[in-house]
Design a protein around this ligand. Structure first.
Ligand code: NI
Length: 211
């Protein structure tokens, strides 16, 4: 196991299109996945793409812990949504935790034009967050580490995380998807009323620092 060094915005590996993986079961891919899982846990993140650890291959990992799933549902509700949308999200399993998932050579298809704005951060832009529009409903297909196929239709935060991670494989970072760059900023500088998620991240950091 190893904690890998994270590439930050500006590094060339984050700007290029990542290469397809020929053999998902290859030993070096298994090692890469294990190291990425360790690295993600160490950074307390929800998702990580191989280019972020300087490996330009089409592989992403993510998980949604129970706490983040519930929080994300609230955040997505903040603007432009009504109760009916929230009920829809809950019916679709949005707000549910997702165990650690590995996607190899993933492909995403938007299932409608509908987008939703939510708060995102990225381990390649440490301590920053911004509001990013994403498709609400997507279908994604990928290979798993044992070489089988995975196909899921998802919505809300799950769909957001997958879109964010797969963008890394195309050299796209979340600020490049933002419509209003005035909402991009350092977590520590943002007020509670402005960005509730930012406040919670800050509080988590404070709690972690006090450990
Ligand atoms: Ni990211």
């Amino acid at each position: 196991m190893a904690i890998l060094k994270l590439a930050r915005m500006g590094h060339p590996v984050l700007k290029r299109t990542a290469d397809a993986i020929d053999d998902p079961t290859a030993p070096e891919i298994r090692r890469l996945i294990a190291d990425m899982v360790d690295t993600l846990a160490d950074a307390s993140g929800v998702g990580l793409a191989a280019p972020q650890v300087h490996v330009p291959k089409r592989l992403v990992i993510f998980h949604i812990p129970e706490s983040r799933a519930r929080e994300a549902l609230d955040d997505d509700m903040e603007e432009g949504e009504d109760e009916e949308d929230e009920e829809d999200d809950e019916e679709n399993g949005n707000g549910d935790a997702v165990p650690m998932t590995v996607l190899i050579n993933p492909e995403i298809e938007a299932l409608s034009d509908e987008t939703v704005i939510g708060v995102e951060g990225c381990l390649s832009l440490p301590d920053m967050i911004g509001r990013v529009p994403r498709f609400r409903h997507i279908r994604y297909k990928a290979l798993t580490p044992d070489g089988s196929n995975i196909e899921r239709e998802v919505s809300g935060f799950h769909a957001r995380v997958v879109q964010h991670e797969c963008d890394h494989l195309e050299g796209i970072l979340y600020p490049m998807r933002m419509e209003d760059l005035s909402t991009l900023g350092y977590v520590d500088e943002m007020g509670r009323s402005e960005l509730p998620l930012g406040e919670r991240i800050r509080e988590r950091k404070k709690a972690a620092d006090n450990d």
